[in-house]
Ligand binder design. Structure first.
Ligand code: NDP
Length: 247
């Protein structure tokens, strides 16, 4: 894979899977503009790591559920980097709770970040990508979108949505050289899964044929492949990166 000369936007690039994606794209030669919610120290660390790989990096603090923010990210990438060839909708949150007691605000917050945020970003890149007749859009879904998970009705709804949305957009943009896909990770070691109690972790490991939790780099490699020119005939797909857990 060679992403030399390509310019990417990654949402939520300050930590975890998003940071690993930024670094893998940079390693393959792409320049990377990434957004983050509020962790400036982590964002600066990502930025330094991108630049250490010889790529141009830009960090923008903006919530993905802000429509003006989506436009700002795309305008900044066009102005500073010259194009948007790759969009990775990675930013995501959880607000877990059983359906019976889940607060509406926790449902709404997860949908706003994980689902509406991805929609806003895809909407904002559509015009420049159509004009360029080239684009690679990758959305971070989850194995639980396909299987369900108790206590995550909001999260599962949002992650199922980021499977349906790319399929629709893939059909809209198929003839314009733009591919739109989803990656569905299993359990990956990041801050998001760090709070799992040992008992839950043991039970999960038993359900993963690979016998281990995934690393952010496992997901980043799949994203970089879908972001490459070589993946140009793959669109509307869901690539599971889960050690076999979702079979
Ligand atoms: P982390 O919690 O480790 O990192 C989340 C990232 O998203 C941070 O960079 C954070 O910024 C950013 N972010 C959160 N909310 C917003 C927002 N409103 N606007 C902009 N950026 C935001 O998550 P992971 O790396 O674990 O997860 C990344 C993606 O992968 C998510 O979509 C998640 O749902 C998905 N996923 C993760 C799995 C896992 O096992 N970890 C499994 C399946 C899917 P900041 O640092 O500023 O807070």
């Amino acid at each position: 894979m060679n992403l030399t000369g390509k310019n990417a936007i990654v949402t939520g690039g300050s930590r975890g899977i998003g940071r690993a994606i930024c670094l893998e794209l940079a390693r393959q030669g792409a320049n990377v503009l990434f957004s983050y919610a509020g962790n400036t120290a982590a964002a600066e660390e990502s930025l330094r790591a991108i630049e250490a790989l010889g790529a141009r990096g830009i960090a923008v603090q903006r919530s993905v559920d802000d429509p003006e923010g989506a436009k700002l990210l795309v305008d900044t990438a066009l102005k500073e980097l010259g194009s948007v060839d790759i969009l990775v909708n990675n930013a995501g949150i959880t607000r877990d709770g059983l359906t019976m007691t889940m607060k509406e605000e926790d449902f709404d917050a997860v949908i706003a970040t994980n689902l509406k945020g991805a929609y806003l970003m895809m909407k904002a890149v559509t015009r420049p990508m159509m004009k360029a007749r080239y684009g690679r859009i990758i959305n971070l879904s989850s194995v639980v979108a396909l299987r369900g998970n108790p206590g995550q009705i909001n999260y599962c709804a949002s992650k199922a949505g980021v499977i349906g949305m790319p399929k629709s957009l893939a059909k809209e943009l198929g003839s314009r050289g733009v591919t739109v896909n989803a990656v569905a990770p299993g359990y990956i070691q990041t801050d998001m899964t760090a709070a799992l109690p040992d008992s839950a972790r043991e039970a999960l490991l038993g359900a993963i044929p690979a016998g281990r939790m995934g690393a952010p780099e496992d997901v980043a490699a799949a994203v970089a492949f879908l972001a490459s020119e070589q993946a140009g005939y793959i669109t509307g797909q869901v690539l599971q990166v889960d050690g076999g857990m979702g079979m």
